[in-house]
Each structure stands twice: as C-alpha cells, then as structure tokens.
Ligand binder design. Structure first.
Ligand SMILES: Nc1ncnc2c1ncn2[C@@H]1O[C@H](COP(=O)(O)OP(=O)(O)OP(=O)(O)O)[C@@H](O)[C@H]1O
Length: 494
C-alpha cells in the first residue's frame, strides 16, 4: 500500500510513512510525570476554581457555604436537606415580594452563573475551534479564556481573555459564527483593554415589539433626547445639540419615527422658545402633519433652499457675535437651538432637475454641517439612498443612523467600514414593519461600535395631539408671530 492509498484509521509506521510535503519529524523522548506533580496541579486548580467562584459569584457561593456549614455543624443529613429546600423557598419569596432587589442582588447573578456553565462553558471549546478562534502551537491546542458572564434583562456580557498574538478583528469577523454557536440572535464584540474583550449576546430580540410614543419629557435635555429603546433594554437617548445626524433607510424603514421621536422629545423646549425646528419636507407627507410645531416650514425646492440659506445667514450672524466671547452655545429665547430637519435630503442634493438648486442646497448644507454645531444649529437629515452620487456630504454628519438598508455596501457607506463586523448588520433588519420598522444601528462619532436601537412609533394621532398642545396658537403656547409667517406656513398658521 502506498502512502496515497492510506485511509484514516490505517496504522502507519512513523519511520517509514512519508509525505510529499512533510519532512521526517523526530519526537522527543516521553518522560512520565511523577504522580506528586499531577496531584499538586490538581489541588492548585481546585483552589483556583474555588477562589474564582467566590470572586465571580459571591452571592451564590455564599448561600451554598451557609447551607453546607449549617449542615456540617448541626446535623449533616437533616439540616442539609432542610437548607437545600429552604434556600429555594427564600429565593422565591424574595423574588415575589421584592423583585427589583432580588434581580439586582441575586437574580441576574444566578442566571449568569447558570448561563456561564450551561451555555458558554459547555460549548466553549467546540465553538472556538469551529469558528477558528482556537490556536494550535507545537501540537497543543490553546483556547481563549472564558471569563465572567454578566446578565442584564436582555443581554449576556461575556468577558474573554484573548490568546496572545490574536487581535479583536479576528473576533469581529466571526460574530455571526459566535452568535449561531451560542444560539443568540446576534453578537457584538467590544474591546475592554489589552487582550480583553466583552462579547455581548442578546437573549432573544428585545426590540421585536413596537414601542409606543414615549411620554413628553418635563425637562428637555438636548444632549440626551429620549428616542426609544436600545438592544440591552435601556432607553435610547440621542444627542442633537452639538452634532448633526444622518438617518438612512429604504422606504418604509421608519425614518419618520426617528424624526418625530426627536421632535416629540423637544416639545417643552419648543414651547418655551429655547428650541426651534426648521422643517424641509419635499415629499409633503412626512412633516406637513405637524407644521404648526415648526418655526419654519418649506415644501418646495425654492423655499427649501431659501430656508437652508436663511439658516446659514443666522448661524453666521450668531458665530460673529460669539467670536472671542462665547465658546459654547447655551439655548435661550434670544438664541434658541435650531434643529434643521430635512426629510429626503437627496431630493435637494441629487434628484432636483435644476442644477442651481442642487448646488445652493449642497453649499448651504455643507456650511451648516461644518460650522453650525458649536453655535446651536444642528441638521437632522433623512435619506433613502446613501450612495456618494446621491449624498456626498455624508461625512460631514458626525453621527449616523442606519435603518433597514438593501445592501451590505450601503451599510458601510453609513456606518463606516468594519461596522458590520462589529454587529451593525442593517441590511439584515426585518422587512416586516411590525418587527423591523424604526429598528436601526446608531454609529456615534465617539464610538466605533454600532448600537442597535428601535425608535418609538409616533402615530399620526400623536402628531395631531402634539400640534394641538404645543404648536403655534395652541392654548399652551403663545409665541409672538414671526414676520411673514403666512408666507412661511403657506397661509395656514393658526
Ligand atoms: N418605530 C416604528 N415602530 C413600528 N412601526 C413603525 C415605526 N416606524 C414606522 N413604522 C411603520 O412603518 C411604516 C413606514 O414608516 P415611515 O413612513 O416612517 O418610513 P420611512 O422610512 O419614512 O419611509 P419613506 O421613505 O417612504 O417615507 C409606518 O407607516 C408604520 O406603519
């Protein structure tokens, strides 16, 4: 039998078998390890395991220790049985009566203990090997070290110590393999220090349900507007003052819900006159419903470009006044925060047939986005198609939101290269409006990690109520009429 005929399982003599690619290898002599060394190593591992368990899970190990101690001191059999029964009863009563404290002090820790053992520890080796994250060196297999697992209401955060010589990019490239390997809907990798990662696995999809319009906040924080929910179950808050935001998504992706959630979160500031929304609505379908909420409203190309150029003039006038005196804008009734909201911005920058309109719109937007944020002018723009021919100003928007998109390349255009490896798969968002409308990934200028969020759904009746309560002429608001308001509001101002 030649070496080509051999099959797995055939016995081969290492001295006579030959491979065309491998040279002869000489193995070192096999030395038997004395039993005492093996015992010392096992004892050392036992001690390290116990200390590790106490450090990682103090509550669980503490409870266990109490049960064991009582059993040993009083009556080994009887009391151990009572203790073993008593602990679950105490935990159930605690959960029933004081759920918040139970979850905070015991519930999430016990769940983390269970999931570390049952989900991650049990599958760690096969998943690491199959995903290609295990390394082999001199015939020995090395695995990344599984560290602490922390559970929040929706997400498992798994700490990992990477192997020496490997990089976080190797993990980012394998997020899909990791998600499927540990039965999670998605996976996100966050660098936590040298050789340290936190790998996040959501338990189920916390964003699968529609989020109704959030209550209007009593005090407005323009740096943290309540918009909806984030994947880890926390509130999604969005900074608008001091930045510009580009929202991209195919038709029906829910761009309107991002825009309206932001406007809703600013209502008290709008009523107080310290914030203004200047709205550009070329489709006349998105923003027209709430036009009395806006200080300026434009729905034709000519008026839209005029509105943008007026914003530039006011911004520059404010910048001139602030120069050398004020470094940071604080919204007041004299110098309000101005949010320039542009729906379907490509209508002005790419689709309009008049070249002059396109040029003027682009110039105005470029000036606003490059100079406006320090003096209280922010642009919140939405568009369907993020290609460069359509929107070549997208890099002037520090923060970006990718709702459902058609292609992976479009995701890269909005969230930046590498965002998909970090979990920002906006092209995989469900096309079912109940599941996916308003769902997206936020990429802030301050972080390369996209955050999965869902905007609250502000319905038409919510908008009508908002306009009634907070719009011009409402009982709750009495702002002086702007000169030429009829012109600006198409003669409809109340
Ligand atoms: N946050 C949300 N939660 C649940 N459903 C939503 C949400 N936002 C939108 N929808 C649903 O999706 C539909 C389309 O939403 P919307 O009009 O905001 O999309 P769009 O991206 O603005 O589309 P277009 O570009 O065509 O205007 C809505 O009519 C609504 O039924």
């Amino acid at each position: 039998m030649s070496w080509q005929d051999s099959r797995p399982g055939d016995s081969v003599d290492p001295l006579v078998s030959r491979s065309v690619v491998q040279p002869v290898r000489f193995a070192g002599p096999v030395v038997k390890t004395p039993a005492v060394f093996v015992i010392v190593v096992w004892v050392w591992r036992l001690i390290a395991g116990v200390v590790g368990a106490v450090v990682l899970h103090p509550v669980a190990t503490g409870l266990l220790a109490v049960v064991v101690a009582v059993g040993v001191v009083v009556d080994p059999w009887w009391l151990s049985l009572v203790g073993a029964g008593l602990v679950p009863v105490v935990l159930v009563v605690w959960w029933w009566l004081w759920r918040a404290s139970f979850l905070r002090l015991a519930g999430w820790r016990l769940l983390a203990l269970w999931r570390r053992f049952w989900v991650y520890r049990r599958h760690w080796q096969p998943v690491m090997v199959v995903a290609g994250l295990a390394e082999f060196y001199q015939d020995r297999q090395y695995l990344p070290r599984l560290g602490r697992v922390r559970c929040t209401p929706h997400v498992d955060r798994v700490s990992v110590r990477m192997l020496k010589g490997t990089s976080p990019q190797a993990w980012e490239k394998r997020v899909l393999a990791l998600a499927h390997g540990f039965d999670a809907p998605s996976c996100r990798v966050v660098v936590d220090g040298p050789r340290r990662l936190v790998v996040e696995f959501p338990r189920g999809d916390s964003l699968s349900g529609v989020i109704p319009a959030l209550p209007v906040p009593e005090a407005v924080d323009l740096a943290a507007l309540p918009m909806g929910r984030a994947e880890d179950g926390s509130w999604w808050r969005m900074r608008l003052h001091g930045t510009h935001i580009l929202v991209a998504g195919v038709t029906g992706a829910g761009k309107g819900s991002v825009i309206w959630s932001a406007i809703r979160a600013m209502l008290p500031a709008i009523r107080a006159g310290v914030a203004e929304v200047w709205a550009v609505d070329p489709k006349r379908m998105e923003l027209s419903l709430g036009r009395r909420l806006f200080a300026r409203y434009a729905d034709t190309a000519e008026t839209a470009v005029g509105l943008l150029e007026d914003a530039v003039v006011q911004m520059q006038e404010r910048a001139g006044r602030y120069a050398g005196k004020v470094r940071k804008h604080t919204p007041t009734t004299d110098d309000p925060f101005v949010a320039v909201v542009v729906d379907e911005v490509a209508f002005l920058t790419a689709y309009h047939p008049d070249r002059d309109v396109r040029r003027r719109a682009e110039n105005a937007l470029a000036t606003l986005t490059s100079q406006g944020r320090a003096v209280g002018f922010s642009v919140l723009a939405a568009l369907q198609d993020p290609r460069k021919e359509v929107m070549n100003l997208r890099n002037l928007f520090p923060d970006k939101i990718a709702l459902r998109l058609d292609e992976p390349s479009q995701v890269d255009m909005i969230l930046g290269e590498g965002a998909r490896e970090r979990g920002g798969n906006a092209h995989l968002i469900s096309a079912d409006p109940a599941m996916g409308a308003g769902v997206g990934f936020v990429r802030l200028e301050t972080s390369p990690y996209p955050l999965r969020v869902r905007a609250s759904f502000v319905t038409d009746s919510d908008i009508t109520r908002m306009e009634t309560d907070y719009g011009r002429g409402s009982s709750l608001r009495s702002l002086p009429a702007e000169s030429g308001a009829d012109d600006l509001f198409g003669g409809d101002a109340a």
